[in-house]
Design a protein around this ligand. Sequence first.
Ligand SMILES: N[C@@H](CCC(=O)N[C@@H](CS)C(=O)NCC(=O)O)C(=O)O
Length: 228
Amino acid sequence: MKFSDLEVTDSIAAWLAKGEVLLYKHVWRFPNSKVWLLFKQSALIPRSENGDFQRPGAQFRDAVSPDPDGRFPAESGRYHLYVSYACPWAHRTLIVRKLKGLENIVGVTVVHPHMSLVEGWRFYNSGEGAAEEGCVPDPLHPGVKRLKELYLKADPGYSGRFSVPVLWDKTNGTIVNNESSEIIRILNSAFNHLLPPETQKIDIYPPRLQFQIDSVNLQIYENINNGV
Ligand SMILES: N[C@@H](CCC(=O)N[C@@H](CS)C(=O)NCC(=O)O)C(=O)O
């Protein structure tokens, strides 16, 4: 059976009731509107009184800086991205990492596409058979099963959503930033001194366009992106 053939069956309804949503490849696949309705009605989704989905703000908002004396100095091999191919927010961090040629400077791990609404994303477990595209166990923390555990390592009192993307600092053992619009700005400029001239000069957030970029981003965030 292909995922695209799925109908609303008792097993899917039970699965949704348990808080599991299937995220496959690069998109959320809700086979039909009835499933989407069930998902939207889930008590686990943060929403306003009139039922609108309300995305809580990301809580880790630090920046990597070229300053060697800063808390998060830009160093090769020190930072690691956790992403899901099912998440468009994470997707843009992968695009910028690639555009800037940071593949050997900032590592990346893809979580398993099955996300629990309660526990969040999990890592692929090598004992479970064929891996979904790109998914591996967490290479930095053997034994860690869920992304949630990294959030709680970073801040034992953390009470937000356990979302991707996450920019992880291996040296301090903490999360630098979990807001994709800021992670892409970090990737755009913080590591420039470690890059060859061809990629160093790529600037996707040039000062003369920043105002326009920020206003378009706000429009898109509120009216389109925030629906996923
Ligand atoms: N504003 C955040 C949003 C990230 C986000 O909501 N990611 C979703 C996947 S598309 C997620 O991980 N959700 C997990 C959850 O809410 O439990 C960003 O741009 O980084």
